[in-house]
Write a new protein. Structure first.
Length: 231
């Protein structure tokens, strides 16, 4: 109804006690703390990881052969098994990437996610709470330092017939507090590759783990585990 109050939108954004962004309805990250906590992110246009329903979403759910034939695309050749190159890539690590944790980045991330604890915004409040400096919220591990001479990506490369890629999700596991001024080294390792079949046809599922180590003391401060889908 035109001009009606938006209380229903606000209440639905807090349904079941789960805080949601009032505009998009997205879940905020679920945080279990520093000791083995996990942070999950839900992409825009989804709710609890379920894709939005609509004409485009419906087209994405069409069987791959039909979808590709509609637009004249070619279906990649199916693999009977992982190639020797793929099998050899499992367990290998990519080059390290340097991440810098800044006060600006911490405050920006905390505000965007919706944290209210002053230790993420006020250095004096963080020190009063027993921390050495501004605290990075769980899930924030800084920004990568651009290297113009580095190859694209942080993982391990290999030949594959699949041309399309999807992000299958990322879990963040904080292990130590991260502070403003920390510099981290991130190393990504390919831990698993497997072939599977879904509604899009055959797909390659890649699981990678990234370990973040603080340069100043050599401590592992966090690990992330991500899944990528190629089809």
């Amino acid at each position: 109804m035109r001009g009606a109050p938006r209380a229903s939108a606000v209440s639905s954004a807090c349904a079941n006690g789960i805080p949601r962004h009032p505009a998009s309805g997205r879940r905020r990250p679920e945080v279990s703390g520093v000791g083995g906590g996990r942070v999950r992110y839900y992409p825009a246009g989804t709710s609890d990881g379920v894709p939005a329903v609509g004409a485009r979403a419906h087209r994405r759910r069409l069987p791959r052969a039909r979808r590709d034939s509609d637009r004249g695309g070619a279906v990649p050749e199916e693999l009977p098994d992982l190639t020797p190159e793929m099998k050899a890539a499992i367990g290998k690590s990519g080059p390290p990437t340097t991440y810098e944790v800044t006060s600006l980045g911490i405050r920006t991330f905390g505000r965007a996610v919706g944290y209210k604890n002053p230790i993420y915004f006020d250095a004096a409040a963080a020190k009063a709470a027993g921390h050495k400096d501004l605290v990075a919220p769980p899930g924030y591990l800084g920004m990568p330092v651009f290297n113009p001479n580095a190859t694209a990506g942080r993982g391990v490369d290999f030949e594959t017939p699949f041309k399309r890629n999807l992000n299958g999700g990322t879990g963040v596991f904080p292990l130590e507090r991260v502070y403003a001024g920390d510099v981290l080294d991130a190393v990504t390792t390919l831990v698993e590759l497997k072939l599977d079949r879904g509604r899009l046809g055959q797909m390659l599922i890649r699981t990678s783990e990234t370990v973040y180590t603080r340069k100043s003391d050599g401590k592992v401060v966090a690990k992330t585990r991500g899944t990528g889908l190629s089809y």
